[in-house]
Design a protein around this ligand. Structure first.
Ligand code: ZN
Length: 477
């Protein structure tokens, strides 16, 4: 039946290389793989034979001529595309993969694989200038690749991030290379209609935490993300990054649109020699002197209120701050540039930081679980810089940050304050900005809303209703 597939592999030139030390060669290999696949079966068999015969090559891209004069029956060979990992064709090699365990050192890993202590020591010394082996972190993947399990392996590979990996040559300890993976970017759009929370909507629509965070960055000065409502709508234009076809991260956000009730907000990214950042439709910077809140993804658990019943003291006591509930350890951000004037602990406030922003305004952040290291009295902090972490030190019933805004020595409700507007973009830059703005606004306008999150919410309600009907029927029996 397969007789027509009878082929001769004589004169067929295949690449022998089993080691590809750069992304370029990897890419080249991919192209070759595709080509080979089109030529198909023929090459596949030759390639697999080639790999079976070739040792772990020290010379990438060397070519060799396979001299098989025998006829090969294709039906006898499983046709598989070679598996490539870290630039190695791993099908015929011995590969052990794992993640670094807490308190595990390079020696703990390699001694088990017949690598001598001398070699490990040499690698540790050489690694200092390239990628220090003391920087291996728990939870990060590694691989050990060799000919077979009986001999000492050839390389140790550590992956500090999806974007790069480090190859330690165990046969030549001074040969350590950091390989950057090739990142492809594609301009993508995203959208949604808020059903329960912005976070749930993003997740249900298949969007990442990173993108949610970047959208907040673009709009944080205009929209109070603690007061978003059901029915709010958003659209985004951004760069999605890919490595080998897999989405790995988000690059630039070019434009964001947000609709809250009847208010529409546009944030358009613009960059020239003098300016860089997000601007509104009139060319005013989105970035204001003060962030709307000191924590992300939190909710207001108690507002500024002059007559609040205190949950711990059990009596009416003015609450002169705004409480943002968030899990312990959530970073607390300085809402504006300033200088730290207090870093202290009291019975009521717990651990707190106070920052002076200008002659009239100071902000204070209470109940921290811990301070950010390096933040002391006198430290200059930037807007958005982490100054501490959410906790419940002092008088607190749960983890939150009590945010206090001082104006001319009095505590005021920061959400009601009209804070100084930013300097607008100079007039001479506006025509160029308007041009880019119009391109982005036109692109935003044609994005249709993704309603996946709405459908999921409806399905859930339907399911819950069915479940309660069933219970009702059972009760009637
Ligand atoms: Zn409070």
């Amino acid at each position: 039946m397969y007789s027509f597939l009878k082929i001769q592999t004589k004169d067929l030139i295949v690449e022998k290389s089993t080691q590809y030390s750069s992304v370029k060669t990897l890419k080249k290999l991919k192209r070759q793989r595709k080509r080979k696949y089109l030529l198909c079966v023929l090459a596949a068999v030759a390639v697999s034979v080639g790999f079976m015969l070739s040792p772990l090559s020290k010379h990438p891209n060397s070519t060799t001529l396979l001299n098989h004069t025998n006829d090969i029956e294709l039906g006898n060979f499983p046709i598989v595309e070679p598996t490539i990992k870290y630039g190695y064709v791993t099908d015929t090699l011995h590969v052990s993969e794992d993640v670094i365990q807490p308190n595990q050192f390079l020696a703990d890993i390699l001694l088990k694989h017949q690598v001598s202590y001398k070699t490990i020591d040499e690698i540790a010394t050489h690694s200092k200038e390239i990628f220090d082996v003391t920087k291996l972190r728990a939870g990060k993947p590694y691989a050990i690749i060799g000919q077979d399990s009986l001999q000492a392996p050839d390389v140790f590979i550590y992956e500090p991030s999806v974007f790069r990996y480090v190859v330690y040559n165990l046969k030549n300890p001074s040969d350590i290379q950091i390989i950057e993976r090739e990142v492809e970017t594609k301009v993508k759009t995203a959208s949604g209609i808020v059903e329960t929370s912005l976070w749930n909507t993003m997740v249900d629509n298949g969007l990442s935490y990173e993108l949610t965070s970047l959208m907040e960055d673009a709009l944080a000065w205009s929209i109070d993300f603690h007061h978003i409502a059901r029915g709010d709508k958003f659209k985004l234009i951004y760069d999605q990054q890919y490595i080998e076809g897999e989405p790995v991260g988000v690059g630039e956000v070019y434009a964001a649109y947000y609709k809250n009730f009847d208010n529409e907000y546009y944030a358009i990214y613009f960059e020239n020699e003098k300016h860089q950042g997000f601007y509104d439709l009139e060319g005013r910077p989105m970035k204001k002197a003060f962030l709307k809140s000191p924590v992300r993804f939190s909710r207001i658990s108690s507002s500024y209120n002059k007559r609040r019943f205190h949950p711990v003291l059990k009596r009416v006591k003015a609450h002169l701050g705004t409480d943002y509930a968030a899990p312990t350890g959530t970073p607390i951000l300085a809402v504006a540039d300033g200088v730290v004037t207090k870093r202290s602990r009291t019975r009521g406030n717990g651990k707190f930081v106070k920052i002076k922003h200008d002659e009239s305004i100071q902000t204070q952040y209470l109940h921290m679980s811990r301070f950010q290291s390096g933040v002391r009295v006198g430290t200059h902090v930037k807007q958005g810089q982490v100054i501490g972490y959410v906790g419940q030190t002092g008088l607190a019933t749960g983890p939150h940050v009590c945010f206090r805004f001082w104006k001319n020595g009095k505590q005021v409700n920061h959400l009601k304050e009209n804070l100084p507007p930013p300097e607008p973009m100079p007039e001479e830059d506006l025509p160029r900005y308007y041009h880019e703005r119009d391109l982005m606004v036109n692109r935003l306008n044609v994005i249709e809303y993704n309603t996946t999150s709405l459908k999921k919410a409806e399905d859930k309600i339907a399911k819950d209703t069915t479940a309660s009907n069933i219970t009702a029927v059972e009760v009637q029996k």
